[in-house]
Design a protein around this ligand. Structure first.
Ligand SMILES: C=CC1=C(C)c2cc3[nH]c(cc4nc(cc5[nH]c(cc1n2)c(C)c5CCC(=O)O)C(CCC(=O)O)=C4C)c(C)c3C=C
Ligand SMILES: [Fe+2]
Ligand SMILES: [Fe+2]
Length: 342
């Protein structure tokens, strides 16, 4: 039997091309005009995004990006490329990188793989999002599928499902965090990117479970296949168990709220201001919704979040890096692609 000619695409969110306001504006326009991110009818979305959000946000975001930008580009891009290279060392299949917004687009990644491997039969898509959300995992996967159909590519596209409860992912996450638990700490905060509550209702395939049933995320339901909050809770509990963090010593919260809608609570910024008043002086923070460090971890949490916590009376704030190129994480991806061969 001959082996399937297979390639791998790692897919992340994408960053602006530079910290110039015009590049950030273009990026934000593409990002926020995505109907899975701002889920409004097209005209309302256009007016809100181009008329209100982007003109105000672009200069502020450009400044935020300028505080984390490196000589090689945005941390998210640099770290995604490093992950691509590290994975390439572990597997024989060619590995390409794609972004949901900006470059490289999925079709660029597909063409790159075809060039390296003429007669390509299968592409395994690895979304760099552990949890299912319509504004992250779903939009990336649908975009990659659309590019596959539109480009009439002959190869089969196989998508790795959300891996929030996958043992290899959880083991890698716990191992990457463990060294930071050697220092004394009062509390461990798992901060996840937030989403509007409306997105959780929309994703509820049962129509009557999410945010409707008491303790919905802990009551077994088919809805959990697409419930971002449930999946964040599972990652939190399983990692805390692996690290033997007692229940009263950890919690989870949601960051990066945009606009006036109700988003998943508690809000990270609010918790960071409250924790010192509850006796938490030494804090560990991790952001498992991101596999690569990015604006939301390096600026929003490590810079702004730290300031909020320290000003509220905190004494030490330790930000735990994302998985980035942790060897166990690279091995986890390699192993999922290998399992897929069976
Ligand atoms: C309605 C707005 C947004 C939703 C919903 C949303 C969900 C979401 N986002 C990520 C991952 C990332 N988001 C990043 C940046 C970012 N996110 C939004 C808005 C929403 N995200 C904006 C406007 C921005 C741009 C920066 C800013 O102006 O604040 C990033 C960082 C990108 C980088 O270049 O570093 C990531 C990663 C997830 C996982 C998610 C849903 C679960
Ligand atoms: Fe975001
Ligand atoms: Fe839920």
């Amino acid at each position: 039997m001959t082996a399937t000619k297979r390639g791998i695409v790692l897919m992340n969110l994408g960053s602006p091309d530079s910290t110039r306001v015009k590049d950030v504006r273009r990026y934000l326009n593409e990002f926020l005009m995505d109907e899975r991110v701002i889920d409004m009818p097209w005209l309302g979305r256009l007016l809100l995004v181009k008329g209100i959000i982007v003109p105000f946000r672009a200069p502020k975001s450009a400044h935020a990006y300028s505080t984390i930008w490196t000589a090689a580009g945005s941390p998210l891009m640099v770290l995604s490329k490093q992950l691509q290279e590290a994975l390439q060392q572990q597997v024989t299949e060619p590995v390409a990188l794609a972004m949901r917004y900006g470059a490289p687009a999925p079709w660029t990644a597909y063409d790159e793989l075809l060039e390296k491997m003429p007669g390509l039969e299968e592409v395994v898509l690895v979304p760099l999002y552990p949890h299912y959300a319509m504004s992250s995992y779903e939009t990336a996967v649908e975009y990659a599928k659309e590019a596959h159909v539109k480009g009439k590519y002959a190869f089969k596209l196989t998508v790795i499902p959300p891996y929030y409860d996958n043992t290899l992912y959880l083991d890698a996450l716990a191992a990457s965090m463990k060294p930071y638990l050697q220092q004394p700490y009062d509390h461990f905060l798992f901060s996840y990117h937030g989403v509007p509550e409306r997105h959780i209702h929309k994703g509820d395939i049962t129509g009557n479970h999410c945010l409707k049933v008491n303790n919905c995320c802990e009551v077994s339901s088919e809805a959990h296949k697409q419930c971002y909050r449930h999946q964040c809770l599972v990652t939190t509990k399983k990692v805390a168990a692996l690290l033997e963090i007692p229940a009263q010593k950890y919690s989870f919260s949601f960051q990066s709220r945009l606009g006036r809608d109700e988003w998943l609570k508690p809000y990270t910024a609010q918790r960071l201001a409250e924790l010192p008043t509850e006796g938490v002086k030494n804090l560990l923070v991790a952001c498992p919704a991101f596999v690569s460090d990015c604006l939301e971890t390096l600026e929003e949490i490590a810079e702004q979040g730290k300031e909020t916590f320290m000003q509220a009376g905190g004494e030490s704030f330790t930000m735990i890096p994302c998985l980035n190129v942790h060897p166990m994480w690279v091995k986890a991806i390699a192993s999922w692609v290998k399992d897929n061969e069976k």
